[in-house]
Write a new protein. Structure first.
Length: 296
């Protein structure tokens, strides 16, 4: 157990032994959920517009990593798709000749039919005209089928290229540095014009609008606590007095920790303490690492 934790537990034990004179029931330090934002692409950082202490909003663009090679790769893949698609047959053009033959055959069929009615043509001539129309229709259907299969096959050839373009677009998106959560920049790890790699930290951010006081309570105090319980958090001010903040118990450990041996007397038995987390709305004066006390 580190020295800070020892001091916290010592304060808890001291407070628990002073009877009605105690000013607080537990003490601890403030913390927040800290998130390290890392690069999602490899390359040179062209811009990183963040500074320590800066407030950022969720979704705010704060910089980008050089992506010229990815852009050129996308252009190349798009050119390959266009080259493949240029091989697709123009079905309408290739069927135009057969369609013209069909139109002519239908006109001839109608002419023969009229002549048969006027006894100017034989039934065999009409049968031949009907057969000609049927043959041309079958030729058109067969040609349409062949051209459709060829066109579909060529289109399918572009599917792997389209997937590659989607992959490149995802990499391009990851080259843009977008802040994922609202909060305050705590530490900046990188600068513009530096080289970075996927997973390399860029900056650390935390939402300080609500901070958490991590305190330790003894066994008797533990039985008095429950989740969402309202408590009072006390923080020293510049005049030596206390500033009071309303707090809410957000988490209670279900495992006890032994009090460190270094703060016990020879007559003292081993004590158990429990960790609790209390959420406090921050007015801007509460800082990570600052000490606070709790009154139940």
């Amino acid at each position: 157990m580190d020295n800070a934790k020892i001091l916290i537990v010592a304060a808890v034990l001291s407070a628990s032994c002073t009877g009605n004179q105690q000013a607080y029931d537990a003490s601890g330090t403030f913390e927040a959920v800290e998130t390290i934002i890392s690069a999602e692409a490899t390359g040179t950082i062209r811009a990183l517009d963040v500074e320590e202490g800066q407030l950022l909003t969720a979704g705010q663009a704060v910089g980008y990593i050089d992506s010229m090679q990815l852009y050129l790769k996308k252009r190349q893949l798009e050119a390959q798709i266009n080259a493949v698609l240029s091989k697709k047959p123009n079905i309408a053009v290739q069927l135009a000749a057969l369609q013209e033959q069909l139109d002519q055959a239908i006109r001839e069929q109608q002419r023969i039919a009229n002549m048969v009615k006027a006894d100017a043509a034989t039934p065999k001539q009409q049968d031949d005209a009907n057969a000609q129309v049927a043959v041309i229709k079958k030729q058109i259907a067969a040609q349409q089928s062949n051209l459709g299969i060829s066109s579909s096959s060529i289109t399918q050839e572009t599917s792997p290229l389209a997937v590659q373009i989607a992959q490149v677009e995802d990499q391009l998106a990851k080259s843009r540095i977008v802040n994922p959560i609202a909060g305050t920049v705590l530490v900046k790890y990188a600068e513009a014009n530096e080289s970075t790699a996927t997973g390399k930290p860029l900056y650390k951010i935390a939402d300080l609008s609500t901070v958490t006081l991590r305190a330790y309570v003894t066994g008797p105090q533990f039985s008095q606590l429950q989740l969402n319980q309202q408590v009072t958090v006390l923080v020293d001010d510049a005049d030596g007095n206390y500033r009071e903040y309303p707090g809410t118990v957000a988490w209670i450990s279900d495992k006890a920790e032994f009090t460190p041996k270094t703060i016990q007397t020879k007559d003292e038995r081993e004590n158990l303490v429990y960790a609790v987390k209390i959420n406090v709305k921050n007015d801007g004066l509460l800082k990570i690492g600052m000490y606070g006390e709790v009154r139940f």
